[in-house]
Design a protein around this ligand. Sequence first.
Ligand code: BTN
Length: 331
Amino acid sequence: MPSTDDHSLIILKALLKAQDGFVSGNALAEQLGVSRVSVWGRMEQLRSQGFEFEAIRRKGYRISKKPDSLNALLTRAYLKESADYPELLFLKTIDSTNDHASRLLANDYEAPFIVISNQQTLGRGRMGRTWHSPPSSNLYMSFGSRPYVQPNRMQLFTLWMGVYVARHLREQLCLKVGVKWPNDLFFDGQKLGGMLTEARVDADSLRELVFGIGLNVNQTNDDWPKELKQTATSLRELCGEEQDLNKTAALLIEAIFTGYQAFLAGNIRTTFEDMWPEFDILNGQLIEAETRQGNLQGVAKGLDNRGSLILKTTEGKLATLNSGEVHLKRR
Ligand code: BTN
C-alpha cells in the first residue's frame, strides 16, 4: 500500500515537472487513483511543511513557495528516477553525520545509506578541526557502506569522490569548481566544501566506510565566523543568488552515489589519471605544505600513482606528500 508520503512525493514530482505550469486536481487524483479530496489533504500536509500553492479555477495548482530548509520529500522529488538510490535518512539535527553513520554501521544497520542533517552540533573537519554547520543554510551528508575493497584501493577514494562532486556542480551550475588536494572543494582560491573519509579496517580488509561531505550552499559572507571570512565561500556567493537547498542536496546525492558505484566498478587508477588534471587546482601553483619535518615551499606538480602530492621545492628537489595541509601562496 502506498503511504501518504508516497502520494505527496508523486504530487510534488508532477508539480515540479510542470515547472511554471499548472497541474489540475483531477489529473493528480487520476494519477494517484484517489479522490480530489484526498489530493487536497496531501497538499495540506505539504503546506504544513512550508510549501505554498497557487490554485486557479480550471487550471489547477502550482508551487508558489518551497521550504527554505532541508525537506526530505522535496529532495527526493528532485532526484533523477533512473537510479536505485541508497536509503536516505533525513535528520533535523545531529552531532555529526559522520559519527551518526559510524554508529549505524557499528550497530549493523543495513548499508549503503546516506545521512543528511539540517544542522550539526559537532561537525568535524580533518585534523580535529570544527566544521561550521549552522541550520538550513548548508549541506552536511555522510554516505555509509560496507564495500568489499582492499584498503590499498582506498588511497584515491576521497579525491575520486571530489572529482565526481565537482563535475556535477560544474554541469549543473556552470561553476568551474575544482578539487584541492587532499580533501577540499575549491573555487577561485576559496573553500566551497570539504570531505572527510573514515574507515574501519580489520585484518587487512575494509569493514566500514563513511564518506562525509559538507557543502556551503546559502551561507552569506556576513554570517561566516571571522576566521573563515577570507577563505570560505558558498554557492550563493558565487552564483549571486540564493540556491534551492533541496535541489542541491539531490545533486550531491546523485554525485556521491554515481561516484561510489564507478569506484567499485573496476580499476579506477587510469580513469583517475585522465580526470584529475582538469580538476586539480594546485597544479603549477606555488604552495606551502605543512609537514612533520617543518614547512616546505614549492610548486605543485600533480599526483603520483598513489595519490600523493608531488612538490618541486624552491631548492629544486622533488618531495612527495602522503597527507597534510597545503596552502596556496600568492606569487
Ligand atoms: C575538512 O575540510 O576538513 C573536511 C570537512 C568535512 C565536513 C563534513 S560535514 C558532513 C560530515 N560530518 C562531519 O562531521 N564532517 C563531515
